[in-house]
Design a protein around this ligand. Structure first.
Ligand code: 5AD
Ligand code: SF4
Length: 448
């Protein structure tokens, strides 16, 4: 009987995509996928190191699993992902918790490391690679509507707060042709949405092709598929990419464009390599080229030396751009980064206060923006029942807003439907079904 593997995934979408690659590799090597922890012979945690609280949560989970392993001594327990890279032998030698530590560029050899662990030794693989892209690996995916595809790995930006260049290594791109082929397969399987992933997709390169070329090639595969992508870096976003988004009807009008701070002094300390003025010009240009485009962002509160004025400048940028959504964090020092050497001098209670102000402001803006949609019609991809009740369907607009509407016999999951919005909170739009949506003129009607 084949051994069964269970993977718990933490952190960013890239990790979720990696888990599918890992399962693909393990299936090719005779493993099967356990549906629950209880039936697993191998339990792997695909981990995240981006902030200390992410790591603490995973340590907590490891504590639980250690107790579980005491009752089931044959179980193998392993760490994958960024913590494997960052903490390496520490997890095995000092903590003595796990049998296996394998970093993001060593998944191809995971079966070997598992063999070592099954034979009673520790399996450790934490080398980073300049070339590994898992180009030829078919990820293991359950049937569904949405898929993530990592189109590049690593990051060369070295923002001073960020551990990613150390845990995921140097930037490298997958071949355009292998990505297009994966999208073709997903289309045949009935997937309706693909998100292209990379820490900084704008520096994608495959020979002559840049990210705009990739996006266009992927968008052409199936015009009934929505194409999303993340993350864009404000310094590298080209006009060509903006035009590609505008010209391809099924590329969603949604750009995740992390600003991190509204203060030029802080942006410089963060090594973000752009100014607030450059950032705001880019937003303005994108809005001209792509009518109706919406933006989300990442913001860090309490970076070293951040003053009250710097914080106010961040609030100011938020008011100017009026983001549709934001991921907002307290600064967390990460060992090995440049910022780690700066004194973490903003006290925690001040960080908390600033973060709360940022969250409150974003909530107000989201609420106001959603109110503006009342009475308007939106095209929604139906994703399933709403979380709260099976009397309602839930789906998303191309600008990534959740829409809830009463179930209806003429609607099934996977349909594109027109919904008239009649009520809104800061997080959700509510509406009524009008009709099925058929793509009529791909160049006129944006994003299905
Ligand atoms: N502290 C707080 N937030 C961080 N991020 C990355 N590193 C840190 C850190 N050390 C945030 C950034 C990034 C997002 C993925 O996580 O905003 O864009
Ligand atoms: Fe980290 Fe900056 Fe790279 Fe994003 S662009 S992964 S924040 S170093």
């Amino acid at each position: 009987m084949s051994s069964k593997v269970y993977i718990e995934t933490y952190g960013c979408q890239m990790n979720f995509a990696d888990t599918e690659i890992v399962l693909g590799i393990l299936k090719n090597n005779g493993y099967s996928v356990a549906k629950s922890l209880e039936e697993a012979d191998v339990v792997l945690l695909n981990t995240c190191s981006i902030r200390d609280n992410a790591e603490q949560r995973i340590y907590g989970r490891l504590g639980n699993l250690k107790n579980y392993k005491n009752q089931k001594p044959d179980l193998l327990l392993g760490i994958l992902g960024c913590m494997a890279e960052r903490l390496r032998k520490d997890l095995i030698e000092e903590k003595k918790i796990v049998d296996l530590v394998v970093g993001p560029d060593e998944y191809r050899r995971l079966p070997e490391y598992l063999d070592i662990a099954f034979s009673g030794d520790k399996g450790i693989g934490v080398r980073l690679s300049r070339t590994e892209t898992y180009d030829d690996i078919e990820p293991y995916r359950e049937d569904g509507l949405s898929a993530w595809i990592s189109v590049m790995r690593g990051c060369d930006k070295f923002c001073t707060f960020c551990v990613v260049p150390f845990t995921r290594g140097r930037e490298r791109s997958r071949s355009l042709q292998s990505i297009v082929q994966e999208v073709e397969n997903l289309s045949l399987r009935g997937f309706k949405e693909v998100t292209l992933l990379g820490q900084n997709v704008n520096s994608y390169r495959d020979g002559e092709n840049d990210f705009a070329d990739l996006l266009e090639a992927v968008a052409k595969v199936d015009r009934n598929m929505r194409i999303r992508f993340t993350t864009s870096h404000p310094q590298d976003m080209s006009d060509k990419l903006l035009f590609t988004i505008a010209e391809n009807p099924n590329v969603c009008n949604y750009i995740h464009l992390p600003v991190q701070s509204g203060s030029n002094r802080i942006l410089e300390l963060m090594n973000r390599t752009y100014t607030v003025e450059h950032y705001l010009n880019l937003i303005e240009k994108a809005r001209k080229i792509i009518p109706g485009v919406s933006f989300s962002t990442d913001i860090i509160a309490g970076f070293p030396t951040e003053t009250w004025e710097d914080h106010l400048a961040t609030l100011e940028v938020m008011k100017t751009v009026r983001y549709d959504g934001a991921y907002m964090f307290k600064y967390s020092p990460r060992e090995g980064t440049k910022a780690y050497k700066m004194r973490d001098d903003v006290p925690d209670d001040i960080k908390t206060k600033r973060l709360q102000e940022i969250i409150d402001l974003q909530q107000t803006i989201s609420y106001e923006k959603n109110q503006e949609l009342i009475g308007k019609e939106e095209i929604v991809l139906v994703e399933g029942f709403s979380r709260k009740s099976e009397k309602f369907f839930s789906g998303r607009t191309d600008t990534n807003k959740v829409v809830v509407f009463p179930i209806n016999d003429s609607v099934s999951v996977g349909d594109y439907v027109k919904i008239k919005i009649n009520r809104a909170t800061s997080a959700t739009l509510f509406g009524d079904y009008i009709e099925q949506y058929q793509q009529k003129d791909s160049l006129v009607l944006k994003c299905l």
